[in-house]
Design a protein around this ligand. Structure first.
Ligand code: DP6
Length: 330
């Protein structure tokens, strides 16, 4: 009853922001992402009668209480219920990137635990079922079950059975790259869950976000199909700015950017004007993900060295789907 899985993080090209059902984690709008190979989570789960309570160890540190522990137990409960088992579990998980700094650790984390725990509980679920369960842990995790370019379909049904991630292009489809630029590894002040709820409740422009997001999804999907970098990059950048506009105009305002975030955004716009085509996107944190073509990675990485306030740079290619592996963490 032990299994280990790895899952990659994903970065949204058109964002998920706002829920229509908080319990089932159903989104107000669909989204499209790229699963990224540079940032991943590895998780081992073992169910055993010898555990008196669920044990959760993240990056070598036992988390015995609090939000992260409660969410993990809740997720294990979902899987136990589906598998018809009662044993408590030991969960050991490792991220190769900073946790909770707006770098999608919950996406790779819940994708990995879903796959490892369902297997450890004796189930062989297909990707649709895995994505639906991963979604219950964190919405964006529904997209990390698949590799390459993925659409999380909003779905219409009340039970959420049609709200899951579907691959729209495989990892080797084209030379689209993301350079994750880390400007702070501090834990973010407002987590996505709280930030999006506050936006839905108080932002006067949220309705405009919802009115325009499907157009962005259609444009990004067509752009990916046509390998049209300009279309994908420009639509993704604008979509991110629209989402941040809704965050900035909630009450109280949520501003995730720092000085370095702004410097990078302005640099990317300047590079573009001078012929080095690149775009940026940001999530619920100060990191900037630069979108570019493979041929320009070297030049962009070189130029980033001159920008003040950058802590780390992670080059990301389109990554593979979540998968089971043999080498357990314990
Ligand atoms: C800004 O999936 O972290 O990164 O569903 O509440 O766990 P919960 O939120 P989460 O939100 C991600 C928001 C985003 C945009 C995106 O990845 O689509």
């Amino acid at each position: 009853m032990k299994a280990t899985a790895t899952a990659n993080a994903n970065i949204a090209l058109t964002k998920y922001w706002g829920k229509r059902d908080k319990k089932l984690m159903l989104p107000n709008n669909g989204s499209v992402s790229m699963t990224v190979d540079g940032m991943h989570t590895k998780t081992t789960v073992e169910f055993s009668p010898s555990y008196e309570k669920d044990i959760f160890i993240i990056n070598g540190k036992e988390i015995g209480e609090g939000n992260a522990y409660d969410k993990t137990v809740k997720h294990l409960d979902l899987i136990r219920e589906k598998a018809g088992i009662r044993e408590k579990a030991k969960v050991m998980t490792e991220n190769n990137f900073p946790t909770a700094a707006g770098l999608a650790s919950s996406a790779s984390g819940f994708a990995a635990i879903t796959l490892a725990a369902s297997k450890a509980a004796g189930m062989n679920l297909d990707k649709r079922e895995l994505s639906i369960i991963a979604r219950r842990g964190s919405g964006s995790a529904s997209r990390s079950i698949e590799g390459g370019f993925v659409e999380w379909q909003k779905g219409e049904k009340e039970d959420g059975s049609d709200s899951y991630g579907v691959q729209i292009a495989p990892p080797d489809h084209w030379g689209f790259r993301m350079i994750a630029v880390i400007t702070s590894t501090a834990q973010k002040k407002v987590k996505s869950t709280a930030g999006m709820a506050q936006t839905v409740d108080t932002c006067p422009y949220y309705k405009d976000w919802l009115a325009t997001v499907q157009g962005d999804i259609d444009a990004v999907k067509q752009g990916i199909a046509d390998k049209d970098f300009t279309r994908v990059g420009s639509t993704a950048e604008y979509n991110a700015l629209k989402m941040h506009a809704t965050m900035i105009t909630t009450k109280p305002p949520i501003i995730y950017w720092n000085d370095a975030t702004m410097r990078i955004m302005h640099s990317v716009m300047g590079w573009r004007d001078s012929g080095l085509e690149s775009y940026f996107t940001m999530d619920a944190g100060p990191q900037v993900k630069i979108m570019c073509l493979e041929k320009d990675v070297g030049e962009i990485t070189k130029r980033l060295k001159d920008i003040e306030g950058i802590e780390d740079v992670v080059l990301c290619k389109p990554g593979e789907a979540a998968r089971l592996v043999d080498d357990h963490l314990f």
